[in-house]
Write a protein that binds this ligand. Structure first.
Ligand code: F6P
Length: 341
């Protein structure tokens, strides 16, 4: 009788809706389908450094499918980055904890930074499986991460709500959408929410073009305009929010009353959408199948409608950015949506 496999699971980086669905997908598949033992690691990689973990039993997975955030907690601890808190060798502590726990594999659920750390731990000899998550949808190698669809619903609903107040006051409303490097969330919610201007980190923009476009709308008796900006767009002062900068430039350049909204962490809160629950569950289940087959050093990905996997070494911390000729940008330009250039 072979000893049942024992797997560790952690969630790292920014939280997002769907994490608990993924934890449930991993846990239930491991316990029910394969009779494995599961250890929940607290607060991302910090839990391996501080030796904070607990047996994740099946009953703990009940009711979490619909719950936002992560029952394990998370952190942005980067084990391969020197820090004041740990004078000694952090990767060495992680390897020590991994071996003390007798883990056969560690499942790392996170964004591009987490997958980079996961790959380096794999290089250090640990059996690792990565699962990509982030509302930014910018993990290289996968067509989609869970978290994105839920945030898209939230951001689109917020943009929808701006139309009535913009129309009542005949104002220009600027809304800032999360997306530090990639503009997927701003692009999709901007088009879905009827944005007139959409500014993305990937596309250079010219405020004279934006202001001329907005003035032209006003001249053509359009009563209001909606401007959707990704938080990571280029701007002269990195300490000023994208929304503040753009709203100020618009009001100065058009003399039209302008107001700003920063949606912020609301996009990361609440219950996951049905599609994110399904994607996260599929990712989690597939990850455990890889472990059962002892196929390590892989990241689970979505390609088209299929769930597949790829070498973690090919993911690294590469980003999946919006290409400037993306089909949705082309379609949007055809609807006279302005991208600032
Ligand atoms: O990575 C997801 C994300 O929400 C980004 O869109 C945002 O810039 C960042 O996390 C915020 O990081 P933190 O949660 O550490 O403030």
């Amino acid at each position: 009788m072979t000893k049942p496999k024992r797997i560790g699971i952690l969630t790292a980086g920014g939280d997002c809706p769907g994490l608990n669905a993924a934890i449930r997908g991993v846990g239930k598949t491991a316990i029910v389908k394969y009779g494995m033992e599961v250890i929940g690691i607290s607060s991302g990689f910090l839990g391996l450094l501080d030796k904070e973990y607990f047996p994740l039993e099946e009953h703990m997975l009940s009711g979490i499918l619909t719950v936002g955030g992560t029952i394990l907690g998370t952190s942005r601890e980067k084990p391969f980055k020197k820090s004041k808190r740990y004078k000694i060798d952090k990767p060495g502590i992680i390897k020590e904890t991994y071996n003390e726990l007798g883990l056969d594999c560690l499942v790392c659920i996170g964004g591009n930074g987490t997958q980079k750390t996961a790959d380096r731990l794999a290089d250090a000899g640990l059996n690792i499986i990565g699962i990509p998550k982030t509302i930014d949808n910018d993990v290289y190698g996968t067509d989609q991460t869970f978290g994105f669809d839920s945030a898209l619903l939230i951001a689109t609903d917020a943009i929808d709500r701006l139309h009535s107040t913009a129309n009542s006051h005949k104002r220009i409303m600027v809304i800032e959408i999360m997306g530090h490097h990639a503009g997927w969330l701003a692009l999709y919610s901007g088009v879905a929410g009827g944005g007139d201007v959409i500014l993305l980190p990937e596309l250079d923009y010219n405020m004279d073009i934006v202001n001329d476009y907005l003035l032209n709308r006003a001249k053509n008796k359009k009563p209001y305009s909606i401007v959707v900006v990704a938080e990571g767009i280029g701007k002269p002062n990195k300490d000023q929010s994208a929304a503040s900068y753009i709203a100020g430039e618009i009001e100065r350049g058009t003399c039209i009353e302008t107001r700003k909204t920063i949606l912020g962490y609301i996009q990361r809160g609440g219950s996951p959408s049905p599609m994110d629950r399904i994607l996260a569950t599929r990712f989690g289940s597939y990850a455990v199948d890889l472990i059962a087959n002892e196929e390590y050093g892989r990241m689970v990905i979505k390609k088209g409608e299929k769930i597949k996997d790829m070498p973690l070494s090919e993911v690294g911390s590469k980003l999946r950015l919006v290409p400037d000729d993306h089909k949705l940008i082309k379609k949007a330009r055809g609807l006279d949506i302005c991208f600032g250039g």
